[in-house]
Design a protein around this ligand. Sequence first.
Ligand SMILES: [Zn+2]
Length: 156
Amino acid sequence: MSEIDSFLGEAIALAFDNVEQGGRPFGAVVVKDGAIVARAVNRMLADNDPTAHAELLALRAAGKALGSPRLDGLSVYASGQPCPMCLAAMRMSGIKDIAFAYSNEDAEAFGLSTAAYAAELSKPLDQQSGIRHCPPKAEDGRNLYQAWQARAESKS
Ligand SMILES: [Zn+2]
């Protein structure tokens, strides 16, 4: 069995176990140097947490396990096609390789596809529904990001 098949198999096995526990059918593992450093399942229902997707929880666990918010060069293996939230989290944390088994096409008939969100988010911001830019008033002349930068520079 190839390494990819082995790690995807682990993610799918986690997802099957989660279904047995009453959870949603998603599992994911994070791999570093050929070894699993974190594994997670979808906990949306168990935790009433709308962000508790398997991939996101696996990234959190990997960060804790490795003692860093950066996951540069690591790989994620997911039972299902990552949603835009999880995909963005992977990109933002430096995940290098992503593999998934079940596609959005596989998920569609079961109401589990996230393709509609991906399509919405692929539009320019001003064409997306329910979001608007309201620039800060800054009546007191302060700038949030300048304050952060000044603080960061004073610590270095
Ligand atoms: Zn997700």
